[in-house]
Design a protein around this ligand. Structure first.
Ligand code: NAP
Length: 302
C-alpha cells in the first residue's frame, strides 16, 4: 500500500510528490501521457519567483528529476476511477492495475480547448496545432495564425514571429487577457498582424490546411488568410469526469475545493488547474501541490 497516490505528473502533482516524500511518505505518481503537464509547451517562463527565465521543458524536467531523486515512483497509466473505502483506505484503478493507498491527490490539470470547427480534429498534424513550441518549426518562413487572447496566444505569437514570415493574431475581443507587456512586445513586431473582434469561422483545404476564413464580429465581413498553420490557444478544459463519484465537480467540470485543496471526501485532495480556483498559474499550481501534500500527510497521520 502506498501512502499517497498522486494522479497527474504536472507542476501540481510533482510538487505534491516532493512535499510528501520530504515528509517521509511513500508516493506513486500516475500519469496518462507524459510528465510536465501544460507548462512543458511554454517557450519561456518569466514569472516564476526566483527564476528570471527558463523554458517550460527545462522547468518540467528539473521538477521531474527532483521528484525522482527524492524517490517518487512514476508510472504511465491512465486512472479510470478512485474508490473511497474510508479513512486511509482508497483504491485507484487504472486499465492495468489497482493501487491501494491511504490518500489521493487529484492533479489532472486541463486539456486544450478546441474551437469546435469542422475538420479541426482531422487536420491536427496537417496545419492545426495546439502547441507552438512543439510544431512551430514545421512552419519556418511560412504564414501562420494564432487564435486566442490569453498568455498562451501572446507567447505563441511571439515565439512563432521569430521564424515565420507572418503571424496573424486573431482574438475575439479588442482587449487581451494576456499580460500587457507581452502584447506591447508583439505590437512592435513588424511581421505580427492583429486581427481583433474576429473569429475563425472555417478551416480551408481538403486534407491539409491551406487557409482560414475569419469573420469580423462587428460588421460581419469575411476575409481569407492563406496560412499554412493555425495555432489554437483558446484556453483549457478539465477532464475530471472519471472522479465524479468521489468528488464534486462544478458546472464547468472543475473539482470543487477551497484554498486548502480538500475535496468533499476525506483523504481525497486536489491541486492545480483541475480544481476550482481564481488564478491558474504555474505558481499557484506549485503552491497547491504543497498545500495538498501537507494536508494529505496530516490526514494520514491524524
Ligand atoms: P486563457 O487565459 O483562458 O485565455 C483563453 C483565450 O482564448 C481568451 O482570450 C479567450 O477570449 C479566448 N477564447 C476562449 N474560447 C474561445 C473561443 N471559443 N473562440 C475564440 N476565442 C476563445 O487561456 P491561456 O492563454 O491558455 O492561459 C491559461 C492560464 O495559463 C492563464 O491563467 C494564463 O495566465 C496561464 N499562462 C501563463 C503563462 C505564463 O505565465 N508564462 C503562459 C501561458 C499561460 P476572452 O478573453 O474573450 O475570454
Amino acid at each position: 500500500m502506498y501512502d499517497i497516490v498522486i494522479v497527474g505528473a504536472g507542476t501540481a502533482g510533482l510538487t505534491a510528490a516532493i512535499y510528501a516524500l520530504r515528509a517521509g511518505k511513500t508516493v506513486l505518481v500516475l500519469e496518462a501521457k507524459s510528465y510536465g503537464g501544460q507548462i512543458i509547451n511554454t517557450p519561456d517562463i518569466e514569472n516564476y519567483p526566483g527564476i528570471k527565465h527558463i523554458s517550460g521543458f527545462d522547468f518540467a524536467t528539473d521538477l521531474y528529476n527532483q521528484a525522482k531523486a527524492l524517490g517518487a515512483e512514476i508510472k504511465y497509466e491512465k486512472v479510470l476511477s478512485v474508490a473511497d473505502g474510508g479513512h486511509n483506505q482508497k483504491t485507484v484503478l487504472t486499465a492495468k492495475n489497482s493501487y491501494a493507498c491511504k490518500a489521493v491527490i487529484l492533479a489532472t490539470g486541463a486539456k486544450n480547448r478546441p474551437l469546435g470547427l469542422e475538420k479541426e480534429e482531422s487536420m491536427v498534424g496537417a496545419g492545426v496545432s495546439y502547441c507552438a513550441t512543439c510544431d512551430g518549426a514545421f512552419f519556418k518562413g511560412k504564414e501562420v495564425a494564432v487564435v486566442g487572447g490569453g498568455n498562451t496566444a501572446v507567447e505563441d505569437a511571439m515565439f512563432l514571429s521569430n521564424y515565420c514570415s507572418k503571424v496573424y493574431l486573431i482574438h475575439r475581443r479588442d482587449s487581451f487577457r494576456g499580460e500587457e507587456k507581452g502584447v506591447e512586445a508583439l505590437r512592435k513586431k513588424e511581421n505580427v498582424v492583429f486581427i481583433l473582434n474576429a473569429n475563425v469561422t472555417a478551416l480551408l483545404g481538403k486534407y491539409k490546411l491551406e487557409g482560414i476564413e475569419v469573420t469580423n464580429k462587428l460588421d460581419g465581413s469575411v476575409q481569407v488568410l492563406p496560412v499554412a498553420g493555425v495555432f489554437i490557444a483558446v484556453g483549457q478544459m478539465p477532464e475530471n469526469s472519471a472522479f465524479a463519484d468521489v468528488v464534486t465537480l462544478d458546472k464547468a467540470g472543475y473539482i470543487t475545493a477551497k484554498e486548502d485543496c480538500l475535496t468533499g471526501t476525506e483523504g481525497v485532495f486536489t491541486a492545480g488547474d483541475c480544481r476550482t480556483k481564481a488564478v491558474r498559474q504555474l505558481m499557484t499550481a506549485a503552491a497547491d501541490g504543497a498545500v495538498a501534500a501537507l494536508a494529505a500527510c496530516s490526514c494520514i497521520d491524524g
